[in-house]
Design a protein around this ligand. Structure first.
Ligand code: GZL
Length: 338
């Protein structure tokens, strides 16, 4: 009896170990959210390996939705999407996994700018075209990637600062609280550079506090709650995305600090997501700079060119606009695709 029991326990342990190993392998590089059995290549579909930053914001969810809606089997694709949960190591694992699966294209939405050379060399050695989307990467050799499509983040910052210069032209002093996104991401770098250029131009502007909310609502609230305890005068809250602005607004609501178009603290935000534009329409956000996430069709256009043997432009910038609480309309919000 005892021997039989021991054998059953060993068999059970072995089964669990095998299942765990298979799960780990399948989700190397982040959580593989492709339907099961999707990885194997069938002759007629173009296989796309896509390493996505994570699911940290409304912008990111809209970006993932755009990629999923574009790269469907009906459109001739098999999409292998791996969510890196905001960790570069997971993205590097995902790239290596795509190389071993011999996908037709690798698409990377990079969490930060640095640290990609080795992984991209492996993809290049494997002869797999490499498309970078959204944020930018810094590599030793521009030949390591085929092309990039995304936003001009410095320009987004400049647009926000132009609004500040116009609306605070007569202020004696402008005290700024600055909530940054993922440190080292080009979205954070560009938007921060835009603000810093404004501070350098305007001697009466002062950045009282600068901290990262990692583009998330939870962290945005946490950082803002801390700021409200330390400072008693803020004229502008410069939030590098809508979700951090939502968190900051929660913190100000709880602390009883009025904000927005009819209050002392002006909020500037980025992304212009549906939630961000509703808040702008309600006068809670004063100015919202668009960062368009609908990259699915743009990436597909690049792939279609490559499939035809054409050479796409190395860099493709997306046209974007901005929304002012003073002029935004319900129609302009309802007309938005995300
Ligand atoms: C910008 C994108 C940023 C968004 C954030 O292109 O990388 O990441 O501004 C998102 O909302 O988290």
């Amino acid at each position: 009896m005892k021997k039989g029991f021991a054998i059953s326990v060993c068999a059970l342990v072995l089964v669990f170990a095998l299942v765990f190993a298979l799960y780990t392998e399948r989700n190397r590089g982040g959580v593989d959210s492709s339907p099961p059995g999707e990885a194997e290549k069938t002759d007629d579909l173009i296989v796309i390996g896509f390493s996505q930053v994570g699911a940290e914001s409304d912008w990111r969810m809209a970006n993932t939705k755009s990629m999923r809606e574009t790269f469907t089997e009906a459109n001739g694709y098999r999409l292998i999407l791996k969510d890196a949960q905001q960790k570069q190591a997971n993205q590097i694992d995902a790239i290596r996994d795509f190389v071993s699966q011999k996908v037709d294209y690798i698409v990377l939405a990079p969490v930060t700018e640095e640290g990609w050379d080795e992984a991209l060399k492996e993809a290049k050695d494997a002869g797999i075209p490499f498309i970078v989307v959204d944020r930018m990467i810094k590599v030793s050799d521009q030949g390591l990637y085929t092309c990039w499509v995304g936003s001009d983040f410095r320009k987004e910052g400049d647009i926000a600062v132009a609004w500040m210069e116009k609306n605070f032209a007569s202020a004696d002093e402008v005290v700024i609280a600055h909530l940054q996104g993922n440190l080292g991401s080009s979205a954070q770098i560009g938007r921060t550079e835009g603000l810093q250029a404004g501070v350098d131009r305007n001697v009466n502007w002062k950045v009282a506090v600068r901290d990262s909310g990692d583009f998330t609502q939870v962290k945005g609230k946490e950082v803002m709650a801390r700021i409200l305890k330390q400072y008693d005068k803020i004229d502008v809250l410069y939030c590098e995305n809508d979700n951090m602005a939502f968190g900051a607004m929660e913190a100000m609501d709880e602390a009883g600090w009025p904000y927005g178009a009819s209050a002392d603290i002006a909020i500037i935000s980025f992304d212009a997501t549906r939630g961000g534009l509703e808040a702008t329409l309600a006068g809670k956000i004063n100015y919202n700079v668009e960062c368009n996430p609908l990259h699915g069709p743009r990436v597909e256009s690049l792939i279609r060119q490559l499939e035809k043997g054409e050479t796409p432009s190395k860099l493709a910038y997306v046209d974007e606009e901005a929304f002012d609480a003073a002029t935004i309309t319900r129609q302009s919000v309802d007309a938005r695709e995300y």
